[in-house]
Design a protein around this ligand. Structure first.
Ligand SMILES: Cc1ncc(COP(=O)(O)O)c(C=O)c1O
Ligand SMILES: [Zn+2]
Length: 377
C-alpha cells in the first residue's frame, strides 16, 4: 500500500495506509483514500469492475478477490418514466452483482486490501446486504468472517450469511445495537473491524459506479442520479468517482446526486433541510437498508449532495411499497423495498420540479427483491 495514504474527510490530515485505521486521530471522523503514486496492479486478466482502470488501493493482481462484480446493465424504465412525466428514466440494475446488491463493488476492493494485508479474521455489522457480500467474498478469500446483524433482519438475508459460512451474531434491538456489539467484539478479540460504513477501501469500490456510467452514457452523463441512502456508501463512492473522472478530464459536468431516505429514519434529509430529527422508539421502515439513525459519514454525504447541486428527500412507507409493486408489475424489475425508496423519492423530486420532464435520470436498483420479500405481497 505504498502508493496510498488515508486522509481525514474533515481536517485533511494524512495518515499511513492501514486496513485497521478507520478514524482520524484528531477529529475521530472517517478517512478516505489518497493516491500518492500508481499501484503496481496490472489489470490484465481481471474482470468486472477491475477492468475499468480506476485507481485501486491494491498492489498485486494475485490478491484481488473478485467474481466479476459490477458492469451491471442499464435499462430504460419507460412506463415508470411516463407515470412520473419523465422522458428518459433509466435503472441501473445493481442487483445483478454476485450476491444480489451493489455492495459487491465495495466488498471486492475492501476484501482484496484485507487479503493483501494478510488479515485472516474480520468483524462486520450489517442490516443484511453488506454482510452477505462480505461473507461471500471472505469465503472466497479464505478469511473467517463474524457478521453482526439485527435479529429483525429479513430471514433470506440471514440465511445468505449462513450459507457462506460466516459466524452470524444476531443482536436484539436497533441497527445501531448491532454496530455496538460488533465494536465490542473487535475490542475483546483484537480482530480487524472490516466495517463497510467506515472503511475507506469500500468507497474505492463503490466509486466504480461512476466509471461505468461514463462508459454506458458515451453521449453524456445523466443529469440526475437518485440514490437510496443510509450510510451513503454508493452516494459518496459515486461522488469520489465522478470527481476523479473530472480531475482527469474525462468528465466535464457531474450529474446532480440526490439522496433519498425513509420518512421514519431521515438524519441526512433532516440535516439537509436544517430540521432537527431524532429516532423515534419503535418506528420501523420497510426500507431496512437505509434505516441508519447515525451515519458516520453524514457530513460527507451532505457535501456530495450539495456540491453536485442535488437534493435530499424523505419518502413515505406507502410510496416505498407502492413503487416496489409498480416496478415489478410495470417493468419486470423486482427491487427490494430499500431500492424502491429511491423511486418514491424521485416521485417527490419530479413533483417539486427539482427534476424536469426533459432531464435524463438514472436510479440504481441497488438490491434484489427476493432477499427482502415480506412487504411485496
Ligand atoms: C439494497 C440497498 N440499497 C441501498 C443501501 C444503502 O446503502 P448505504 O447505507 O451505503 O447508503 C443499502 C444498505 O444496506 C442496501 O442494502
Ligand atoms: Zn481529522
Amino acid at each position: 500500500m505504498a502508493h496510498i495514504r488515508l486522509r481525514c474527510v474533515e481536517c485533511g490530515a494524512s495518515h499511513r495506509a492501514d486496513v485497521r485505521a478507520l478514524y482520524c486521530n484528531t477529529c475521530k471522523l472517517p478517512l478516505e483514500v489518497e493516491y500518492t503514486g500508481v499501484g503496481a496492479l496490472s489489470r490484465s486478466g481481471l474482470g468486472g469492475l477491475w477492468r475499468l482502470g480506476a485507481p485501486a488501493p491494491v498492489h498485486s493482481p494475485s490478491h484481488v478477490v473478485s467474481m466479476g462484480e459490477g458492469m451491471t446493465a442499464v435499462a430504460l424504465l419507460e412506463r415508470s418514466g411516463l407515470l412520473l412525466g419523465l422522458a428518459s428514466l433509466f435503472g441501473k440494475l445493481e442487483f445483478q452483482s454476485p450476491t444480489g446488491s451493489f455492495k459487491d463493488r465495495g466488498t471486492t476492493v475492501l476484501m482484496s486490501a484485507l487479503k493483501e494485508a494478510g488479515v485472516d479474521e474480520i468483524v462486520e455489522d450489517s442490516s443484511g446486504n453488506a454482510g452477505a457480500s462480505i461473507a461471500a467474498y471472505a469465503a472466497r478469500a479464505g478469511i473467517t468472517a463474524h457478521i453482526f446483524a439485527p435479529a429483525s433482519a429479513p430471514a433470506p438475508k440471514v440465511q445468505q450469511l449462513r450459507v457462506y459460512g460466516a459466524h452470524v451474531h444476531l443482536i436484539e434491538g436497533s441497527r445501531e445495537a448491532a454496530t455496538q456489539a460488533a465494536k465490542a467484539f473487535v475490542e475483546q478479540r483484537g480482530l480487524v473491524y472490516a466495517s463497510h460504513n467506515l472503511s475507506p477501501f469500500f468507497l474505492e469500490g463503490t466509486k466504480t459506479f461512476a466509471y461505468e456510467l461514463v462508459d454506458q452514457f458515451p453521449e453524456g452523463l445523466p443529469d440526475h442520479v437518485v440514490l437510496p441512502v443510509g450510510n451513503g456508501s454508493l452516494l459518496i463512492g459515486a461522488w469520489i468517482g465522478f470527481r476523479e473522472l473530472q480531475a482527469s478530464g474525462r468528465v466535464k459536468r457531474l450529474p446532480k446526486l440526490h439522496a433519498v431516505q425513509a420518512e421514519v429514519v431521515q438524519p441526512i434529509a433532516a440535516a439537509y433541510m436544517g430540521r432537527p430529527w431524532r429516532p423515534q422508539a419503535g418506528a420501523r421502515t420497510a426500507a431496512g437498508g437505509i434505516a441508519v439513525a447515525q451515519p458516520p459519514r453524514l457530513r460527507q454525504a451532505l457535501r456530495a449532495v450539495r456540491e453536485t447541486g442535488g437534493a435530499c428527500v424523505a419518502a413515505s412507507e406507502e410510496a416505498i411499497l407502492r413503487w416496489q409493486r409498480l416496478l415489478a408489475r410495470e417493468e419486470g424489475v423486482y427491487a427490494e423495498p430499500t431500492s424502491a425508496a429511491a423511486f418514491a423519492g424521485l416521485e417527490l423530486l419530479a413533483r417539486q420540479g427539482v427534476i424536469g420532464a426533459r432531464d435524463v435520470v438514472l436510479v440504481p436498483v441497488t438490491g434484489m427483491g427476493l432477499k427482502d420479500m415480506a412487504p411485496a405481497e
